[in-house]
Design a protein. Structure first.
Ligand SMILES: *Cc1c(COP(=O)(O)O)cnc(C)c1O
Length: 462
């Protein structure tokens, strides 16, 4: 498979190069040159085997199938539930897809456990070392760190917004003892952290000198790995031949829901895609007004969605422009400079209205949903999952089968869950002593030069 940039100017690459590049050199995001057809499979196949089958066309020419299967088996053996992404019925036509059984308790493990394995494989094969630089609104950092902490060819620098992530999220990054892992708190928001990372990537000399690579959700391999559970959920519901299954996705960067769109594009029996936002509702406003307008970020109870620039939307925008990289680049540059992007009525009618629904959810509504789910079903859900559930009840018909993605374990956001229910969820056994482990973190200002100096220092240590 070959990959092209959404802005049309960067070189066309194979899978391995795309994996290592992260962001394309023209500032765009890599997408497959063509969308293959990926048929539904058998519900009795293991998650790892299905993952290898579904991802095979996307790594074709670069990773042999037997290797891919081994990497998937290794990646998904770290999950506490052998089904990896089990479904739980929560009402008539309603299910939760539990994506939080990985090592760091959030859905990002599904992609990042795989990425760690595939990075290790590709780098060893090429005899290459890289510095992974990423920004996190909380969950990406810990999931990325856990994914690559044993990769001997990777140094990792993760920027997180100081004081804007939960204690569990922070400790999952700062208590990892691996010498190749560097957690850095930045005096700013998640968008500031993401901008710092993008600026480093856009400096071609710096990027080349320090062999930078990204594991943010802009990395194609993450989007690809997330496609798998849309397929397996439909297969587990035995809904391959029946009415399409809609998915409700609590969304920040548009990464997870984009994977749902891709699953649909590849042939999975996906119905509507319901996008749940918190107060940071740029996507919901876009669905309402056809115009995307940035606003400032507000801290909420679902911090992993406290994002106002949904980077992965660019991949859908590329499709909305009939894969015209120039047009996409123009729109994105406009968006960056003027802060607004408007879809044409045609684009909106073809790409958005027929399948996307959006709903914004306040912190109060989030707490009320956590409380109600506990009261009525005896289930504790985390605030992000609750946003998804609120969006489901607001946007779905009663007879529409809907799977809401449960993106984090409740114990990861224990304060909010306790506030809503009076019950404090406990951490799974492997993290039981997290709050007493020693922390290690650097602190830097929201300043590009300072962050570059730090990254240069880290990449020089190897
Ligand atoms: C990252 C994250 C999200 C948002 O996912 P995107 O891919 O950025 O849309 C939602 N919930 C949780 C728990 C997360 O960690």
């Amino acid at each position: 498979m070959r990959y092209v940039s959404t802005r049309g100017e960067a070189p066309v690459l194979g899978f391995n190069e795309t994996l290592l590049a992260g962001l394309a050199s023209d500032g765009g995001l890599y997408v497959p040159e063509t969308w293959p057809n990926v048929p539904h499979g058998d519900a009795s196949t293991s998650f790892a085997e299905r993952a290898a089958e579904i991802m095979a066309p996307f790594v074709a020419g670069d990773v042999p199938h037997s290797v891919l299967l081994r990497l998937c088996n290794e990646a998904y053996s770290t999950f506490r539930d052998s089904r990896v992404a089990p479904l739980r019925e929560v009402g008539k036509n309603r299910w939760l897809l539990e994506l939080f059984h990985g090592p760091t308790l959030a859905f990002k493990d599904v992609a990042l456990q795989f990425i760690g394995k595939v990075f290790d494989h590709v780098l060893q094969e090429r005899g290459q070392r890289i510095t992974v630089v990423g920004a996190t609104s909380g969950d990406t950092g810990s999931a990325a760190i856990d994914g690559v902490k044993t990769c001997s060819n990777v140094e990792m620098v993760i920027l997180y917004p100081k004081g804007r992530i939960s204690e569990v999220q922070r400790r999952q990054m700062t208590t990892v003892a691996a010498p190749n892992v560097h957690a850095v708190s930045i005096d700013g928001t998640f968008d500031d952290c993401q901008d710092l990372v993008k600026a480093m990537f856009n400096d071609a000399v710096f990027r080349e000198r320090h062999q930078l690579s990204a594991v943010n959700s802009i990395n194609w391999a993450r989007v690809m790995a997330q496609v798998v559970y849309y397929y397996t959920a439909i297969e587990q519901l035995h809904a391959v031949e029946s009415s399409p299954v809609s998915f409700s996705v609590p969304t920040g960067n548009f990464g997870n829901v984009l994977s749902g769109w891709i699953a649909r594009r590849l042939g999975a029996n996906v119905g509507n895609l319901i996008v749940g936002s918190n107060t940071n509702d740029i996507l919901t406003r876009f669905f309402e007004t056809q115009t995307m307008t940035t606003a400032s970020v507000v801290a909420t109870l679902s911090p992993s969605m406290d994002i106002q620039v949904s980077s992965n939307f660019e991949r859908l925008l590329f499709e909305m422009n009939s894969r015209d990289g120039r047009a996409t680049a123009r729109q994105m540059v406009d968006f960056r400079t003027r802060g607004t992007l408007t879809a044409t009525p045609d684009q909106f009618g073809t790409w958005i209205r027929p399948m996307f629904r959006g709903h914004r959810c306040s912190d109060d509504a989030t707490l009320e949903m956590i409380s109600r789910t506990h009261r009525e079903l005896g289930i504790l859900v985390d605030p992000h999952t609750a946003v998804g559930l609120v969006a489901t009840s607001a946007c779905a018909d009663p007879d529409e089968p809907v799977v809401t993605l449960a993106t984090a374990h409740p114990a990861k956001f224990a304060d909010a869950v306790e506030r809503a229910t009076g019950t404090r969820p406990s951490l799974p056994e492997h993290l039981a002593d997290l709050l007493s482990r020693p922390e290690r973190s650097a602190e830097l200002p929201n300043d590009l030069a300072a962050v570059k100096r730090f990254v240069a220092g880290v990449s020089a240590t190897r």
